[in-house]
Design a protein around this ligand. Structure first.
Ligand code: FPP
Length: 250
C-alpha cells in the first residue's frame, strides 16, 4: 500500500505545469546598475523573452503568460511608454519566423483599444499568422490589469442579464471564467515574479487564486532557463491541496 502511494506521488511530482505566468520585473534596475538608460533594461528584457520562450516551448509548457505592460504602466514617462509600445513590433519582427517554426501560437490579453496602431498591427499579424499553431501558447498581457479585466467581465455579464440572456441565479465561477480575457485557458499553476518584489501588481488576480508563487531576486533580463528549471522542479515537489488535505491525511 505504502509503495503504491509512493509510486503515485512520484508520478505526480513529475507533472509539468501547463501554464506559467511571469511578472518580468527589474528591467530598470538592471539598466541602472550598469549606468545605462532604463530602456536598455527593457531591450535586454525583450532578449530574455526570446530565451525563456524558446525554453518553455522546448520543455513542453502549454501556456506562458508574460506581463509586458500593465494598465498602470501608462503613468511612466512618455518616452519609456513609447519604447515599451515599440517592443512587441521589434520582438515579433525578429522572432516571428522562429515562433512559427516552433509551432508557437501568439495570443494577447488586455485592453488593446488603447494601444497605438503600430503595436496593434504587429501583434494582430502575429496572432493571425500563428492562430492554428498547436504548441506553446505565448500570451502577452498588454495593457492588462486584473481589476480592469473583472470590471469588463462583470459589465458583459450584466449586459447579458439585462437582455434576458442570462439568469442571475445561473452566474457561477465558470461564468466569470468565460467572461475574462483568459476564457478557455487553464489557470496558471506557477506565478513567478523576478527582481525581489513580492506583489501580484494586478496580474491575473482571479486566475492566480491557487497558483504556486515563486519569487527571485534576479532581475528579469538575467533570469535564466536554469533558474526557471529549478522553480519547475520545486513546483513539482510542492503539495497542492486547493484548500483540501493531502491524500495521506484523509
Ligand atoms: C518591469 O520592470 C517591466 C516592464 C514594465 C516591462 C516588461 C517588458 C519586457 C520585459 C519586454 C517585453 C517584451 C515584449 C516582447 C513585449 P521595471 O521597468 O518596473 O523595472 P524596475 O522595477 O527595476 O524599474
Amino acid at each position: 500500500m505504502f509503495g503504491w502511494k509512493k509510486q503515485k506521488q512520484s508520478a505526480e511530482m513529475k507533472a509539468l505545469p501547463e501554464h506559467i505566468a511571469i511578472i518580468m520585473d527589474g528591467n530598470g534596475r538592471y539598466a541602472k546598475q550598469r549606468n545605462r538608460p532604463r530602456v536598455n533594461g527593457h531591450y535586454e528584457g525583450m532578449q530574455n523573452v526570446k530565451r525563456i520562450t524558446r525554453h518553455a516551448s522546448d520543455v513542453g509548457i502549454k501556456y506562458l503568460t508574460l506581463y509586458a505592460f500593465s494598465t498602470e504602466n501608462w503613468s511612466r514617462p512618455k518616452s519609456e511608454v513609447s519604447y515599451l509600445m515599440k517592443l512587441p513590433g521589434d520582438f515579433l519582427g525578429a522572432f516571428l519566423p522562429e515562433l512559427i517554426e516552433k509551432n508557437v501560437r501568439v495570443i494577447t490579453i488586455g485592453d488593446d483599444d488603447a494601444l497605438p496602431e503600430h503595436t496593434i498591427k504587429a501583434v494582430s499579424e502575429a496572432v493571425e499568422k500563428t492562430k492554428n499553431n498547436t504548441g506553446l501558447n505565448l500570451v502577452f498581457a498588454l495593457n492588462y490589469g486584473g481589476r480592469n479585466e473583472l470590471v469588463r467581465g462583470i459589465k458583459k455579464i450584466a449586459g447579458e442579464v439585462s437582455k434576458g440572456k442570462l439568469d442571475v441565479e445561473d452566474i457561477s465561477q465558470g461564468t466569470i471564467d468565460r467572461y475574462l480575457y483568459t476564457a478557455g485557458m487553464p489557470e496558471p499553476e506557477m506565478m513567478i515574479r523576478t527582481s525581489g518584489e513580492y506583489r501580484l501588481s494586478n496580474f491575473l488576480l482571479w486566475q492566480s487564486s491557487y497558483s504556486e508563487l515563486f519569487f527571485t531576486d534576479t532581475f528579469w533580463p538575467e533570469f535564466t532557463t536554469d533558474e526557471l528549471d529549478q522553480m519547475i522542479s520545486q513546483y513539482q515537489k510542492r503539495s497542492r491541496r486547493f484548500g483540501g488535505l493531502d491524500e495521506e491525511e484523509v
